[in-house]
Ligand binder design. Structure first.
Ligand code: ATP
Length: 507
């Protein structure tokens, strides 16, 4: 992860936010390359799920919404994490995350002490991913958990997020859970409080409670509240879906791991409305479509992806069934990249009851009226950005044996598609001509400084799939250029007149 962060910062993918003022914790700016990469991912997603499907439309709803929206959706009452402070250091943590860490330790210890279980330890990845062990050897894992956690602490399951604050605190005290940043000293924990993750702000000039509004913690609700307008104006029949890309804000207690978890991020969400009873079928279809997008369009390796079904106690209040697609992030291990939730009719029903407006759907062909069920594939654009960088990151040895980075991004994903490189500065006039021709069609950069080898290496590092070299023999004499391919390093001579068509085959 450190290599990814260094590359991102040094090459203009991601900068620390407001750095000249010492930064603002956990805020990031997407630099010249990062903003292009993010835009590409977003456009490919829209092309795949809106443009190429007759059953999808796009929406761009406001970030600030009537606060009643968040009452109906359950976010005002329930969108919170358990917060705990260490009085020794005045640091804040999510109690459930500390407990999860301790449970990992407990199971690891139990495995170490029993010879029969020693081989199991080998199956746990570096991040101590117990879910993996659970999948491989559920019986042994369950035995440890039952003995050492469930029966010992009278908790209903192994998901600390779903325990009561009393159960969480009791576990932390009895197991002597330490502050991870100050592990040598016994922590002095406060009580656990529920901390609502929604950012609050005030709208307008009055300063009373009626002015309070929230920054949306998910884009989804904009789709639900606009559902009747979309049905009326777009003449779509259920089953159909609405896609939306936009910012979301969550006052996360423990953001971090670079851009993996931030307080301001972007989501790409789909709410797919279907007839009650057909949700399982649609859920399966969306699982396939989402994985296909990640692998075939974005180019993520299958071996770094896996599905994980949510356990019953883990499900969100609105969901009867959820699958995550997890990505094997370096230093983090397999973690959620995308959620695909079967969201039932919870949201439309909740808005119907809160707003007193009719949110049901009338099918003119079948002459029936019902509240549609919803399948929600939701992916963090900024988290996908991180997965894409991690997945494309590769190193090779140059002729002198030194290691250098090659970012193996798919051409459609790459921020800069083509670099135009005059062999020497004298050729700049012709090179600028080629640049104009290409940049009218593709994101093209021009670079005339440094040796040609160094320039190739610079563009390999930012994932540019092709370099176009302008030289005396081919270009000035024959009106041709050399195309150098990033991944194979092969070179091809192509006529300038054919260049645009050549690249259009790939882009
Ligand atoms: P997590 O368990 O990681 O907190 P979540 O289950 O709360 O995520 P959802 O509410 O399902 O997340 O949001 C959908 C997607 O939005 C996630 O799969 C993730 O890609 C992205 N996402 C959620 N929270 C953040 C965040 N704080 N920073 C970046 N991306 C996020």
């Amino acid at each position: 992860m450190k290599h990814i962060v260094d590359l991102a910062k040094n090459r203009g993918f991601v900068f620390q936010g407001s750095e000249i003022y010492g930064g603002l914790a956990n805020t990031w700016d997407y630099g010249p390359l990062g903003s292009l990469l993010k835009e590409n991912l977003k456009n490919l997603w829209i092309r795949e799920f809106v443009q190429r499907r007759p059953d999808m439309v796009l929406l761009d709803a406001a970030i600030l919404m009537n606060p009643q929206v968040w009452v109906a959706s359950g976010h005002v009452g329930g969108f919170s994490d358990p917060l705990i402070d260490d009085k020794n250091t005045k640091e804040r943590f999510r109690a459930d995350k500390l407990i999860e860490g301790k449970i990992t330790e407990i199971v690891t210890e139990a495995l170490k002490q029993n010879e029969e279980w020693v081989h199991l330890e080998k199956n746990m990845d570096e991040a101590g991913n117990l879910r993996k062990a659970l999948q491989l050897h559920p019986a042994i894992y369950n035995q440890i958990i039952t003995e050492k956690v469930l029966k010992k602490y009278w908790v209903p399951n192994q998901i600390p997020e779903s325990w009561t604050p009393e159960q969480q605190l009791n576990f932390m005290k009895c197991e002597d859970v330490r502050n991870p940043n100050n592990p040598d000293v016994k922590a002095d924990w406060t009580e656990i409080r529920k901390f609502n993750l929604m950012f609050e702000t005030k709208q307008g000039v009055t300063d009373d409670s009626t002015a309070k509004v929230y920054l949306r913690p998910e884009t989804a609700q904009g789709i639900f509240v606009d559902f009747p307008h979309i049905v009326r104006t777009c003449r779509r029949r259920v089953p159909f879906g609405v896609a939306q890309v936009g910012k979301a804000f969550r006052n996360e207690i423990t953001p971090g791991n670079f851009i993996f978890r931030t307080r301001e991020f972007e989501q790409m969400e789909i709410e797919f409305f279907c007839e009650p009873g057909t949700q399982k079928e649609w859920h399966e279809k969306w699982k396939v479509a989402c994985k296909k997008f990640l692998m075939e369009t974005v180019g993520i390796k299958e071996s770094n992806l896996r599905f994980r079904e949510h356990e019953k106690d883990e499900l969100s209040h609105y969901s009867d069934w959820t699958f995550d697609i997890e990505y094997d992030f370096p230093s983090i291990g397999f973690s959620e990249l995308q959620g695909i939730a079967s969201r039932t009719d919870f949201d439309l029903k909740a808005h119907m009851s809160e707003s007193k407006q009719d949110m049901s759907y009338f099918d003119p062909v079948k002459n029936t009226k019902f509240i549609p069920y919803v399948i929600e594939p939701s992916i963090g654009l900024t988290r996908l950005f991180l997965a894409t960088l991690c997945d494309a990151y590769d190193t090779i040895k140059d002729e002198e044996g030194a290691e250098r980075i090659v970012l193996r991004l798919k051409p459609e994903v790459a921020p800069v598609k083509i670099a135009v490189l005059p062999l020497v500065k004298k050729l700049n006039e012709k090179a600028e001509e080629v640049f104009t021709l290409l940049s009218n069609n593709f994101m093209t950069w021009y670079d005339e400084t440094g040796s040609i080898g160094k320039r190739y290496a610079r563009f390999d590092e930012i994932g540019t799939p092709w370099c176009v070299t302008i030289d005396f023999d081919n270009t000035m004499e024959k009106n041709m250029v050399t195309i150098r391919h990033r991944d194979t390093m092969e070179q091809e001579i192509v006529a300038i007149d054919d260049l645009v068509d050549y690249f259009k085959k790939y882009l």
